[in-house]
Design a protein around this ligand. Structure first.
Ligand SMILES: [Zn+2]
Length: 321
């Protein structure tokens, strides 16, 4: 790995979780980077949000949703991924899915697998597909909540412009100054993984030309470094909106926490809390009141790793959530 500056922005590159929109993104786009991670003895896994059923490419007979699910599993094995998680959100319409809904899956996997980095498509989507942009935003939201750095896969602007000129595509690229890491890669396993996506790869001259133009290089940006080493931010990992009154909900959450062995250590009414005041001044908490019970298992002494926070927020009817 070579870097465009002296500072190592990544620390250890030990566990990489890729967050993608479609089966084949892990291979066509991220395959060489994931291979490189595995070659460095890193754990690598992927969360994919659609079955890719809306693709215009359909080289194999059969239900595209089923085919592409099977192709993803095969490609994951070819790339030696330790985890492949596939969800059934609508292909082509991810932008209409609430960000929290997507981000909660990423946060759950972060909690289970403890990645050191997320790997996503660059926020501009790289290929111009809106699903790529939507999923990257979900990845970034999860990364912010978990305090994780994000590696964003991109291509040099000259490569994007060449592809667009030759094929009329909508690739977006980055200038050298915007690229943090240039990886020297082997594409051997990436090609094997690409071959697993038979329904998409048989007639795909754009893919072949892109890999030809990139040669043995891949390009990454660091777009969400933690504020300091080991920093973790507390945020809303999961948001659930309930059409029920506020006070009984608080009681039911208390009971549920107790049932799971958690006791409420303290409660913060952020109506009078500086953070709450600041957010209200910025218009984020108009006329709302938030009660935040901080709970932990009995005897935990509130140590961070044992702490659990549940935030309950009451919204006034008719106000923007
Ligand atoms: Zn895609």
């Amino acid at each position: 790995m070579t870097r465009s500056h002296d500072r190592d922005p990544f620390g250890d590159f030990r566990r990489v979780l890729a967050v993608i929109a479609h089966p084949d993104d892990e291979s066509f786009g991220l395959g060489a980077v994931l291979s490189e991670a595995v070659d460095r003895d890193a754990w690598a896994g992927v969360v994919c949000f659609t079955h890719g059923e809306s693709s215009t490419l359909h080289a194999s007979p059969g239900d595209l949703s089923v085919l592409r699910s099977q192709e993803l599993q095969a490609a994951g094995a070819a790339l030696r991924l330790s985890r492949v998680e596939l969800h059934r959100y609508p292909d082509g319409r991810l932008a209409s899915v609430p960000l929290d809904d997507l981000a909660r899956h990423v946060l759950r996997v972060i909690g289970e697998e403890h990645p050191t980095h997320l790997l996503v498509f660059d926020p501009d989507g790289v290929t111009g597909h809106p699903d790529h942009r939507g999923v990257t935003q979900a990845g970034l939201a999860a990364a912010r909540a978990a305090g994780l750095p994000v590696l964003a896969w991109t291509v040099p602007r000259c490569v994007a412009e060449r592809l667009n000129a030759e094929f009329g595509t909508a690739f977006t690229g980055r200038d050298p100054a915007e690229i943090d890491v240039t990886l020297t890669v082997s594409r051997e396993r990436q090609w094997r993984a690409i071959a697993c996506h038979h329904s998409q790869a048989v007639d795909n001259p754009v893919l072949r030309r892109r890999l030809d133009l990139l040669g043995d290089r891949e390009y990454l940006r660091l777009i969400h470094p933690p504020t300091r080493k080991g920093a973790h931010t507390m945020s809303y990992g999961i948001t659930v909106r309930l059409p029920v009154p506020f006070a009984p909900t608080v009681q039911r959450v208390r009971a549920a926490l107790k049932e799971q062995g958690f006791g409420v250590l303290t409660e913060i009414d952020v109506q009078g809390h500086p953070a709450g005041e600041a957010r209200r001044r910025h218009g984020e908490l108009p006329h709302s009141r938030r009660v935040q019970p901080i709970a932990g298992p009995p005897g935990s002494c509130g140590r961070p790793r044992h702490r659990f926070a549940a935030a309950l927020q009451r919204r006034c009817p008719g106000r923007r959530a």
